[in-house]
Design a protein around this ligand. Sequence first.
Ligand code: BES
Ligand code: MN
Ligand code: ZN
Length: 469
Amino acid sequence: MPIETAASVVAEVPADAALLAVPYSADLDPPAVVDLRVPVAGLFAHYEAKGEAGEIVEVPVARGDGVGRVLLYGVGDGSPRALRKAAAALTRRVRGQDELVVLTPEGDVTAFAEAALLAAYSFKIGAPGRQPVAALTFAGADEGQVRRGESVARAVALARDLANTPSSVKNPAWLADRAAEQGLPVRVWDEEALRAEGFGGILGVGQGSASPPRLIQLSYTPAEPAARHVVLVGKGITFDSGGLSLKPTDNMKTQKTDMAGGAVVIAVLGALARLGAPVRVTGLIAAAENMPSGTAQRPSDVIRQYGGRTVEVLNTDAEGRLVLADALAYADAELDPDVVVDIATLTGAMSVALGRNVGGLYATDDELAGQLVAAGRESDDRLWRMPLIDDYADGLRSSVADLANIEVGSTYGAGSITAALFLREFAGKRPWAHLDIAGVGRSTVDEGVLTKGATGFGVRVLLEWLTRS
Ligand code: BES
Ligand code: MN
Ligand code: ZN
């Protein structure tokens, strides 16, 4: 159930459009494409309309023997952010209708089309709710810009669908099947292959579940020889109960989306060809279900990560870093990337620090950090750079293994930073960035481009970064 709304482009507004949207702003009258038969200034004064983004003034107009509607939509300052808000408000206003013809505004039509389609996303199992508008027709728009916005929106929708799917359906093997549908070369390690090659983190986390773990690799190679090779690593915990360090129900019931990072990697890889990305990209999704059982790993167990380093598992709920460490170490040892970026719903502490609208970014390279922050600003998946505070790494010392998976004694606190420091141990010497999306991976509101549940956060920033910089 992704975005069911169709998108198309026409050169001019059809004279008989029954439902038409026309832009305006405080200092810009709506273009005279339709005769409203009322003075526009009087109309705006009557409705106290100011031209803000999200504002819509509805005017009935004659259409043959019947009545049509014109929606005058405010575009605020015309910035991409304002256009996204305006577009989402329009789509939401016309739910259940057959077609909305939108006279596209000046400015970033890609952002406008992307947001218009994203606001049509819904996920419901069972009787469908109110249907989104069946078709959006963008009049006067550049087709290429609309199609780019559409491709990005549909990739975000795929990431949302994967993360919204209940864990009774979605286990690691299911996730591997979805990855294999992206039309790219795929390699999947099952539990035997994982054991043979020493992926002790993924195996340890997955060993309590009836559904065995997988490591999934997707490869995108552009038509022209690429200058860079980027590896994306996603956390693919298809359900995080905490394991024997069991979570309380209230914290557990949101954890079907603990594979949101992996979903983003699958959706991004799937969209790269459509968007003509010039870089080579390998996606790794470390998939496991974290469950308590007679076969589950215990607090105090020692595991051997890919590459041989040992980790004392003091809390089985700090599982994301264990599966990611294997994938990061594998990328460093075998894939020879120029840059590695991982994305994960890693720590509750991240959402305490940055809340629900801004994702956390850690990086060992200033240029990479700058590129990702800029791409976040452009794409509206906003990121804030967090510090890797070296002293805090002391907290991860273990008396029996090379490292502990949580900070013993909580001397330093800062759970999101210590988690990032743990990952850094396995990322190697190459430029590496880590996106902690625990706060932004889910939405509690149905508003603008967001719907309740999975957000697909990360798809837009990574596609922006990989295709435009
Ligand atoms: N998947 C959780 C993080 C999370 C929490 C994501 C809330 C989304 C919403 C992660 O595996 C986890 O349990 N982290 C622990 C780490 C702790 C045990 C050191 C946490 O954040 O509490
Ligand atoms: Mn956990
Ligand atoms: Zn988790």
